[in-house]
Write a protein that binds this ligand. Sequence first.
Ligand SMILES: [Fe+2]
Length: 239
Amino acid sequence: MFNPKKKENRHVLFKGMTDIHTHLLPGVDDGVQTVEDSCRILHFMRDMGVERVYLTPHVMADLPANTVEALRSKYEAFIANRPEGMELRLAAEYMLDGKFASLADDGLLVMSGRHVLVETSYLSPPFSLKEMLYNLRIAGYQPVIAHPERYLYMRGSDYRNLKDQGCKLQLNLFSLTGAYGAHAERNAVYILKEGLYDHAGSDVHQFENYREGASSLSPAHSIARELERIVANNRTLWE
Ligand SMILES: [Fe+2]
């Protein structure tokens, strides 16, 4: 059984890591449902060496209860449960859907430097993706595109176009273990080799997936350096 307390089991990437993408605020989305499960994962992460974690619940039209106020109050009630030696903060993962523009007008849950984590459907982009991202930047936000490697409609030139539009790109770490299939794994390696990622997160939704991902993450030599660079760069979103 994989034991994160054993030093030889811990990948260097997790040591001192800031995770900028997690679904550990219990009972608000398709992530962790109970305080106990959330604590179990946070303790495991802490034993792996993770020091800072953004809780980034889904915000989308399909989850109308996830208002800024509701998430803040659930977060305030939850943080007393954090493991010793670990810092937590609240942000969110926003779906770029029909509801998003009005949310942006009211103020978003962001990371340092007004970085805002956004995603789209896996199958197809929203009707006006380029315009939505432009408007977000004009409003003073810095968009961070969650797991671009997973979107079935994106190609090499799309990743570059997003960067040219001023977006940052966030890798899901376990895309590199094949957790989301060969397509996402192949794209992740391509984007890493092109040096287009800015950050990396776990996007953890449940304990077993995190443990499996953490125990099987073993990046090839050709991408290891770049991976270390983007994980270390997460720290800039905590300043
Ligand atoms: Fe996510």
